[in-house]
Write a protein that binds this ligand. Structure first.
Ligand code: XMP
Length: 429
């Protein structure tokens, strides 16, 4: 529907009908199956459908799981309002499938196809201005797509009234911190604050080998640094967050708890006394990217892979040291270059190198060496909850491996990770 430029929202079938009606819909589409394949209870579906029809809502019923509902409703007779697409969501891709949806949305519900990212940006700017007035706003920039786009949008609305803080913990990929700083200094000028906290973080993880302990220390310190910087700005009323629509839907449906708690690590303070400003909360990822494009953000940022809050620290097995980070950055950079050269950048959800704490024997210039073993990981995923390893072409793997071993003397072995999630996680720690 959104691709047809018509705005839509998703609710679980158990949502009280009043709550749905409060959003002033023009029509309702019912599907019998949620994205994780769960079937709704018949009683809930039947009650919801009847209440909606009774209040005069046009209803489109999708999927053969709801055949019984169509029969039930047809018997009771509600001509004109009731429509169906028995083939289900899959049939939208088939000839004629899209037309049923289009006819329902445009002719029956009489929606106007006006939902575009231009109109979204315009409306958001007005809303943000009206909401925050003259009050001070702060944003934590991680360099990820969502927080960057949220900040850029708010900045478009209120300019330097927004202060953006980027904490460099030293565990970013090669050149990445520099890129973030360069992009946002140019864009935001003095209202962009970059904090070099590398030494603090390195001191904090020194000698720590337990993965959970590493994550915990980094997460807590991150918040502390952010709070310190925010405190220097005086009183702050609003905190910008890059929450996107799937996060909203997931938390409503009680799914995705694990990934969400992860995501809060790099993200922010529950105890802080801010109002949250979440300008992307109605957008799907492809829409966020389109907004980014229209706001003129650089491509490497728009297409950035998901990246864990604790960064390379969870891609170094065992103790993290500045020297190990430097080695991993080089290996990871070579992988990224070769993936780009093979034109695979946008086809893979995540690809990265891992520095293990295993050392193995090798030979270099007729000398025995004893260097680190590096793991290469590439996975495809929809939402990070499950993932399958990518069958990278052998010639790409070969170039990656020989370049890593040639160019990085500390590495004497390269292995390819062929584990899917579950049971393996995407990150090694
Ligand atoms: P796992 O390793 O749990 O990762 O299979 C699932 C997805 O989440 C990312 N990830 C994180 N993202 N903070 C984040 O913002 C974190 O602490 C974190 N840990 C894992 C991971 O890269 C993958 O996309």
């Amino acid at each position: 529907m959104r691709r047809q430029k018509v705005y839509s929202e998703i609710f679980p079938i158990t949502t009280p009908v009043e709550k749905v009606m409060a959003r002033a819909p023009r029509g309702i589409i019912l599907t019998g199956r949620s994205s994780d394949g769960a079937l709704a209870s018949r009683e809930a579906v039947s009650r919801c459908a009847k209440e909606l029809l009774a209040s005069g809502m046009p209803l489109l019923v999708i999927g053969s799981e709801l055949d019984w509902l169509m029969e039930e409703l047809n018997k009771e007779g509600t001509p004109g309002l009731l429509h169906s697409l028995p083939g289900g969501l899959e049939s939208l891709a088939e000839p004629g499938g899209g037309q049923v949806l289009e006819k329902f949305v445009l002719s029956i519900c009489r929606c106007q196809p006006t939902w575009t990212m231009e109109s979204f940006i315009e409306a958001s700017i007005q809303e943000i201005k009206a909401e925050v007035g003259k009050q001070p706003v702060v944003c934590g920039l991680s360099g990820g797509v969502d927080s960057s786009v949220a900040a850029a949008l708010v900045h478009r609305a209120i300019g330097d009234q927004l202060k953006s803080i980027f904490v460099d913990h030293g565990f970013m990929r090669k050149y990445e911190a520099e890129q973030v700083i360069d992009t946002f200094q140019k864009r935001f000028g003095k209202s962009f604050i970059a904090v070099d906290a590398k030494e603090r973080f390195f001191a904090l993880v020194k000698g720590v080998t337990d993965p959970e302990e590493k994550r915990k220390r980094i997460g807590e310190e991150f918040i502390r640094v952010f709070e310190e910087e925010a405190a220097k700005l005086g009183e702050i009323r609003y905190l910008v967050q890059g929450t996107v629509y799937p996060d909203v839907v997931e938390s409503g449906a009680g799914q995705g708890a694990l990934v969400k708690s992860h995501h809060n690590v790099g993200g922010l303070p529950e105890k802080m006394d801010f109002q949250l400003l979440e300008p992307l909360r109605w957008l799907f990822k492809d829409e966020v990217r389109e907004v980014a494009r229209q706001l003129g953000l650089p491509d490497e940022l728009i297409w950035r892979q998901p990246f864990p809050g604790p960064g390379l620290a969870v891609r170094i097995v065992g103790e993290v040291t500045p020297a190990k980070v430097a080695i991993l950055q080089e290996a990871d950079y070579i992988l990224r270059q070769e993936i780009a050269r093979a034109g695979l950048e946008r086809d893979i959800w995540q690809y990265f190198a891992v520095l293990t704490d295993t050392r193995t024997v090798g030979v270099r210039n007729q000398q025995r060496t004893y260097g680190y073993m590096v793991g290469i990981r590439a996975v495809n995923s929809i939402d990070g909850m499950t993932a399958s390893w990518v069958h990278l072409p052998y010639d790409v793997l070969e170039r990656v491996s020989s370049r890593i071993m040639e160019e990085i003397p500390e590495i004497s072995r390269v292995v390819y990770d062929i584990s899917s999630k579950p049971p393996a996680t995407i990150e090694w720690e």
